[in-house]
Design a binder for this molecule. Sequence first.
Ligand SMILES: CC(C)(COP(=O)(O)OP(=O)(O)OC[C@H]1O[C@@H](n2cnc3c(N)ncnc32)[C@H](O)[C@@H]1OP(=O)(O)O)[C@@H](O)C(=O)NCCC(=O)NCCS
Length: 167
Amino acid sequence: MIHVLLSDRLLFEPSHLTIEVKQEKSLELKITTREFRIDDFSAAVSIWEAAEGVEVAEGDSREEVHEYLLRNPGLSRVALDGETIVGAVLCGHDGRRGLIYHLAVAPGHNGKGIGRRLLQECIDGLRKAGIARALILVSGENAKGRAFWLRNGWEDVPGTIVMGLDV
Ligand SMILES: CC(C)(COP(=O)(O)OP(=O)(O)OC[C@H]1O[C@@H](n2cnc3c(N)ncnc32)[C@H](O)[C@@H]1OP(=O)(O)O)[C@@H](O)C(=O)NCCC(=O)NCCS
């Protein structure tokens, strides 16, 4: 008997053929991704607020995020489970360096490859925009977040400190 399985669901069962289709690292096929639209703002903020290690701060009002999306078309991404947003990330560049902010996946959807998929889409978008290097700011208290970035190929930048000024 041949079963064609996708994401643990039997899609069809031809009588004369058995094929098992294994998915890449448990990423369920019902997860889709697309460009972050401003209408996704409220859902994204809910995910960011629930995520340890992401601080919703200045620059994160609906109007400011809208401006950011317009300045960086297509680079920020969301992941959806059906119609529900389960992951979000802001991504942009200044013409020289890419910057990735607020990568977060909703509790309950961690460990399915969604964070990595969103991150890869950001990197692909930056590369297409001609950007050769990207940076992120990770809170010194976010050990888990730092471990995620290291696991996914990012490196510490020794000798660098981050400074800021309200302008
Ligand atoms: C960090 C976060 C976005 C990861 O998303 P996710 O969808 O759960 O992660 P993925 O399933 O895509 O994991 C991709 C890879 O990273 C690894 N990984 C995920 N979280 C990790 C962690 N905390 N430490 C080390 N590795 C981690 C996974 O094991 C996987 O690696 P492997 O397949 O090579 O074994 C998610 O845990 C989150 O929202 N955290 C809270 C917010 C946050 O800290 N964001 C980063 C701000 S700097």
